[in-house]
Design a protein around this ligand. Structure first.
Ligand code: ADP
Ligand code: MG
Length: 389
């Protein structure tokens, strides 16, 4: 298969100015906490989305992907909610959001190649946005990749593209991971103030593997249920007189729950509060190298998401139950839920056994075959070294 720059040249009739890429992510713990001003702990995946791009001296965006048939040509000032529609919104939205934020950006020719599985809960959408944002930053001399503040500004523009143009009401974790993660570290992300810190996550040193299992399930419920969970959290925060549920983490949980009028709101709130506490418990356990404790916290997180937050599904539960039965330190669903992926922390020597057991369990339950792969904590959005000068 021709390399991305060659395909770009065939498509647009000139070479790209460079190739930029950004990673997908898995969240180790801290699920459904981002929109509650809480904590999350993602790692960047080795799987990346590449963006070959060249700067134009007009305002036209020409956007194509190796993964999609459709392409688009649109001027930046025509970009708006739902326009362009479909996948190209994620790309056009980034240039629009950068301009809205006051950065002097012009048009681009763009061809993307995504190696993050699409729609598997591994954040191919943020990988796409952030690869484009990285390209725009370099090609228009914004210099935003060079500092943490600049990267935060790029992440904010990417989130705005996803929320306002693509119309997906997601929190900012995915873009923060794609912009701030470093190899062999997880990113402790405080979603209230955007603060980030690096937590050692060097599994190779422990002969341990993080296995990601894409269940390939995607339940139609997902969108509506996500909105319903956000609404429940807002309502609970309102009733408790705080801006975010994060703000009640330091109060006695019993008192918080007693102040809520119904069981469902109490369970939603209990998930958010205990999940935020588990993030720092995992951070401590990782710093201590206590993988048994990390595993226990993974399982506690999964149970909370399954029983209190009710966002798991048969496939995710089956991965977790099977991995734990096979001796994993722990396992949990990751991402929004109702399908997508699960993660299992397993000894290197057990990886093949655990992934075959998961495959067998799915076959026995007559579910679509899942795809499991081992991942390491990789790096953030950057210009590719081999990219043309
Ligand atoms: P996730 O981010 O978990 O993969 P999303 O639904 O948020 O799932 O984003 C997936 C969408 O992002 C795809 O349906 C597509 O619109 C867009 N997308 C991601 N990567 C690419 C790509 N390489 N080419 C075209 N569109 C992409
Ligand atoms: Mg996404």
């Amino acid at each position: 298969m021709p390399r991305l720059p060659e395909t770009f040249a065939t498509l647009y009739g000139h070479a790209p100015d460079g190739v930029w890429s950004a990673p997908g992510r898995v969240n180790l713990i801290g699920e459904h906490t981002d929109y509650n001003g809480g904590l999350a702990l993602p790692i960047a995946l080795p799987h990346r989305t590449s963006c070959a791009a060249s700067a134009r001296d007009d305002d036209v965006l020409r956007i194509a992907s190796l993964q999609e048939e459709s392409s688009v040509e649109v001027r930046i000032d025509e970009v708006a909610a739902g326009h362009p529609s479909g996948w190209t919104a994620y790309v056009a939205g980034v240039l629009w959001a950068l301009r809205e934020a006051g950065y002097a950006v012009r048009g681009l020719d763009v061809l993307v190649d995504g190696r993050v599985p699409l729609g598997a809960g591994l954040s191919s959408s943020a990988a796409l946005e952030c690869s484009v944002a990285a390209a725009a930053s370099d090609l228009f001399g914004l210099g935003l990749l060079e500092s943490a503040e600049g990267r935060a500004a790029l992440a904010a523009a990417c989130q705005r593209a996803e929320n306002d143009v693509a119309g997906a009401p997601t929190g900012g974790m995915d873009q923060a991971a794609a912009m701030h993660c470093t190899p062999a570290h997880a990113l402790r992300l405080d979603c209230r103030d955007g603060a980030t810190s690096q937590v050692p996550f060097d599994l190779e040193a422990h002969d341990v593997v993080l296995l990601v299992t894409d269940t390939r399930a995607s339940h139609a419920l997902a969108d509506g249920q996500y909105g319903a969970r956000r609404d429940a959290c807002e309502k609970a925060a309102d009733l408790l007189g705080v801006e975010f549920l994060r703000d009640v983490v330091d109060r006695p949980l019993d008192e918080t729950l007693d102040a809520l009028p119904d069981d469902e709101l109490r369970r939603r709130t209990r998930h958010v509060v205990t999940e935020i506490e588990r993030v720092d418990a995992v951070v401590d356990a990782l710093r201590d190298g206590d993988l048994d404790e990390v595993g226990r916290l993974f399982v506690a997180s999964h149970e909370s998401l399954r029983d209190d937050y009710e966002v798991s599904c048969t496939e995710l539960d089956l991965v977790v139950d099977t991995a734990v039965a096979q001796g994993a330190f722990g396992a949990r669903m990751t991402g929004g839920g109702f399908g997508g992926s699960a993660i299992s922390l397993v000894r290197a020597e057990d990886v093949d056994r655990v992934s075959s057991a998961i495959e067998d369990a799915f076959a026995e339950a007559r579910l679509t075959a899942p795809v499991s792969f081992a991942v390491t904590a990789a790096g953030s959005a950057a210009r590719d070294r081999l990219s043309p000068a």
